[in-house]
Ligand binder design. Structure first.
Ligand SMILES: [Zn+2]
Length: 686
């Protein structure tokens, strides 16, 4: 039965492009679900947009010396293009800097304000006096009071997923200056989540939410059991949506207050364009609301946003929040800052027109119930062993043989054998099998069922061997090819949610558009035949091509290279010491000397006792270089010596000066080694 659905996908944050983790965690499953629902005749609003407010964008803008608007304009365009490139079929992709969103978010805030749903409070908040800035969210890091992660943010710990207030952090530190923050009073509006605790408990824990994924249900339950506290929904920032009430001057809405409202404003924008009523999609109890997100967003979509919707009063609540776990890459956590990622624009340069391969590999190995690992080897295997060897091979044989034997015209079948009948009955059962997996948000299982249908086709051809019967039994060959073509046609339809580009290609090869009506999902079970006899199909073209070892090695190489480059760029260099005057410098008497003798200081690890010819005398210098050099290695070395350093005793030996050392690129200790003989009147600056 046809239903109305509002499907949202987490708003990507516009401070960078998106990578395979985003695709696997949110956008591919959401797209499979939406495409499937449309194919089965439902009314779908698939909604997303760029999340353009919040602290990280202002930090990035400051770093790059541009405005926050420049940052969001740049990445909004890049992200939007990636979604188009990968066939993510949003009905609307909006952005939170749009006027319709500012208006919608302010109106939402105002409604809650007027209904006294906020607590207005002056509290002491973390403040960085040097930066003249309150420190909320990503402006402050510190130790998570729940799990001890030392890099928790002021609004959330990414390690344990806890939602935090900045003042909860242990040992907080400003992300702007590195200073330890002070406390300063400021007024904010708080959403009293504690007030909604009973409702949340009833709705999620005692309601019908047991069908939520165990990871989602478990997290939510533990937060509610821990007790909920008021959350500030405003911030002292200048980038964001201005607080629309008296006393809100200079303040903006908390990004996690405005972002989920972005789903609503994006729906409004779409409805206006399409001549629909947006309220049908957000206020009608018959509409099913589903949020696709990653596990780091569970608290916002299962606790905070539902509390906001409930407080507002006129909205429906989500039916399900099928959050995924995280995808790792080659055994390591995906990381934007460490450049350990596969960025979608880069993928398309290296694998042009192979979007479906990535969609398939990410779905077949999706992090649905636990964190999962993406490896290039697995990607290659999914392509070569499944898409090429099973799906592509089956289609290719069917199309080539039909063209070869019958000039591309589908032959008339004769009587079906038992195997034919069983095969056709199995094909008819597939839509229900795949539907059942998709409707339970089990997309990897669904993708494997699709591949099983292609396997069935391959096996059927291999068993019936039309290339053999062609010479001996014309009627049998025609029947076998007719049955195989029905399987190919079912694959063309059922693959659409998973492999949309391939599905299109296949439909075009099979000339689906010349049929009386485009085949739907349900036709596969209900129609006697999908492709009638005498229907003309087109010429074959390869759906997938083999991925070579060299391509995979190149990707691994690229990952390691970019990681190294990134490490070099982020290398911590010791800061310059305090400034000294010229006079200070001229006090140093630096000479070039030669090491005459060297021996290890007994019972120490680090110290060598050296006899050094300084040009003015031969003196003893104790040097802490024994871990880097053996005594015999340094004898005869020319070195730079600070000769007028006050003598001091080390382990009973008086050291009369100091050898100048530095480090090479590998962090090894090396001598500051003069290559000239014309010295010994002290080093000069010039
Ligand atoms: Zn934590």
């Amino acid at each position: 039965m046809s239903k109305r659905y509002t499907i949202t996908a987490a708003l990507p944050y516009t401070n960078g492009p998106i990578h395979i983790g985003h695709l696997a965690g949110v956008y591919v499953p959401a797209d499979i679900y939406s495409r499937y629902l449309r194919l089965t005749g439902n009314d779908v609003a698939f909604i997303c947009g760029s999340d353009e407010h919040g602290v990280p964008i202002t930090i990035k803008a400051k770093k790059e010396g541009v405005t926050p608007q420049d940052i969001v304009d740049k990445y909004h365009a890049i992200i939007k293009q990636s979604f188009i490139d990968f066939g993510i079929t949003f009905d609307n992709y909006s952005r939170t800097s749009a006027k319709i969103h500012h208006d919608t978010a302010q109106e939402f805030f105002k409604t809650l304000y007027d209904k006294n749903e906020f607590v207005e409070e002056v509290t002491e908040q973390l403040y960085d006096a040097e930066a003249n800035q309150f420190l909320a969210d990503r402006f402050v890091t510190g130790t998570c009071p729940k799990c001890g992660n030392e890099e928790a943010y002021g609004d959330q710990c990414e390690s344990c997923g806890s939602s935090l207030n900045a003042t909860d952090l242990i040992n907080p530190k400003s992300a702007i200056t590195g200073n330890i923050p002070t406390l300063k009073e400021t007024k904010h509006w708080f959403l009293p989540l504690n007030k909604h605790e009973d409702f949340l408990r009833e709705w999620i824990l005692k309601g019908h939410k047991k069908d939520w994924k165990p990871n989602v249900y478990g997290q939510v339950k533990s937060w509610i059991d821990d007790g909920l506290r008021p959350r500030a929904v405003t911030r002292d920032l200048d980038w964001g949506i201005p607080v629309p009430v008296e006393g809100g001057e200079g303040k903006v809405l908390y990004v996690w207050f405005d972002a989920p409202i972005g789903y609503i404003s994006a729906t409004k924008e779409w409805a206006e364009r399409e001549g629909k009523n947006w309220e049908d999609y957000w206020k009608d109890e018959d509409t099913k609301l589903v949020h696709f997100i990653g596990k780091d967003n569970i608290v916002f979509h299962c606790i905070i946003f539902p509390s906001m919707l409930k407080a507002e009063g006129s909205y429906i609540l989500p039916d399900n929040v099928p959050a995924n776990e995280f995808l790792n890459l080659e055994g390591q956590k995906l990381s934007t800052s460490k450049n350990w990622a596969v960025w979608l624009p880069d993928y398309l340069i290296d694998f042009p027109n192979q979007q479906d391969v990535l969609r398939y590999a990410l779905t077949a190995n999706a992090p649905e119930t636990k964190d999962n690992d993406f490896t290039w080897k697995d990607f290659q295997a999914r392509n070569n062993n499944e898409l090429v060897a099973i799906f592509g091979n089956f289609i290719n044989r069917v199309v080539v043989l039909t063209n070869k034997y019958y000039g591309g015209i589908i032959p008339e079948p004769s009587d079906y054998s038992t195997i034919d009948e069983e095969t056709l009955a199995t094909v008819k059962a597939y839509p229900a099998v795949i539907s059942s997996s998709i409707e339970r948000y089990r997309f990897r299982e669904a993708s494997q069922e699709l591949m099983n249908l292609a396997r069935l086709g391959n096996k059927y051809l291999a068993d019936e061997e039309p290339w053999k019967t062609f010479k001996t039994d014309e009627a049998r060959t025609k029947t076998v090819m007719f049955v195989a073509l029905q399987i190919a046609s079912a694959l063309a339809v059922l693959s659409e949610p998973f492999l949309p580009f391939t599905s299109n290609k296949l439909k075009s090869i099979l000339c689906h558009s010349a049929l009386d009506a485009e085949s739907t999902w349900d036709d596969i079970s209900s129609k006697e035949v999908l492709l009638p006899a005498n229907h003309q199909i087109g010429k074959g073209e390869l759906l997938f091509s083999k991925i070579e070892d060299a391509q995979i090695e190149a990707q691994l190489e690229k990952l390691i290279t970019s990681k190294k480059a990134n490490e070099a760029a982020n290398k911590v260099v010791e800061p310059q010491k305090e400034e000294i005057t010229f006079e200070d410098f001229t006090k140093l008497d630096l000479r070039v000397g030669t090491i005459l003798e060297a021996e290890k200081m007994p019972k120490t690890k680090k110290l060598l006792v050296l006899k050094v010819d300084t040009g003015i005398d031969t003196r003893t210098i104790v040097s802490g270089i024994a871990e880097s050099f053996k005594p015999e290695e340094v004898i005869g070395k020319r070195v730079t010596v600070l000769v007028n350093l006050a003598p001091r005793k080390l382990r009973g030996v008086e050291s009369q000066g100091m050898i100048l050392m530095t480090e090479d690129e590998g962090g090894n200790l090396v001598f500051v080694n003069p290559d000239t003989d014309a010295v010994n009147n002290g080093l000069q600056i010039s």
